[in-house]
Design a protein around this ligand. Structure first.
Ligand code: CO
Length: 222
């Protein structure tokens, strides 16, 4: 669908009017507070809109997106967003959501030079290098998807190692970090099988998730 800037404002007015018609008071209720149960850390990719995929409405999911859904230990933007979500909003679930066909992950895997973002994507190359042996055990056509899964697993780990999650769990706060992958080709979310609710037992969960990446069938056409 081809749109113009004016269309966006038209759509917005129609949408707001429709929401208000169907759910009177929807916006005035949201004016004073948001109380989302979920935080979504996803890729900036335009094909991966957090709310639409999960059927959640305004006020229900707190979102942070960047290229290739990275959580870098020194990224104050991501960390501040996670802190606000966990400490202020008291979200119960943080999901790191990668997606198949991620061009950031593919560029990192291939070592393609695209510019300034190379420095950002270097973090994914660190993931690639850490799992070199695992990746070599996967047929070449399956490696981009496997890298997407490995990247999600490593970013879940990064969230759990942040001071925000460490402090939350120390306080006894119930918050679980999940790793998901979205298929832009079929619209479906998959769980990579790494849901972490404390540091206890993290290592075996992590190893098991890596094992599933290595063992997953990767047919040629996928
Ligand atoms: Co992407």
């Amino acid at each position: 669908m081809s749109t113009s800037i004016e269309d966006l404002f038209d759509h917005n007015r129609l949408w707001a009017a429709q929401m208000e018609r169907e759910r009177p008071g929807f916006f005035s209720k949201l004016r004073n507070q948001q109380s989302p149960k979920y935080m979504w850390i996803g890729c900036s990719d335009s094909r991966v809109p957090a709310n639409q995929i999960t059927g959640l409405e305004p006020g229900e999911v707190f979102v942070h997106r960047n290229v290739a859904n990275l959580v870098v230990h020194s990224d104050l933007n991501a960390l501040s967003t996670i802190q606000f979500a966990v400490e202020r909003l008291q979200v119960e679930h943080v999901m790191v959501v990668g997606h198949y066909g991620c061009s950031g992950v593919r560029a990192a895997l291939e070592g393609a030079r695209i510019g300034l973002a190379d420095n950002w994507l270097r973090h994914i190359q660190d993931v690639r290098d850490r799992h070199r042996v695992l990746l070599e055990g996967i047929a070449e056509h399956g490696r981009p998807n496997a890298m997407v899964e490995l990247n999600v697993i490593e970013q879940v780990l990064n969230v759990t190692h942040s001071t925000v999650l460490k402090d939350a769990w120390l306080r006894g706060q119930k918050v679980t970090v999940h790793g998901w992958v979205y298929g832009v080709h079929d619209g479906l979310l998959q769980d990579v099988g790494l849901s972490v609710a404390s540091h206890e037992g993290l290592e075996p969960l992590y190893r098991a998730a890596l094992g599933r990446v290595a063992a997953r069938p990767r047919p040629l056409e996928a």
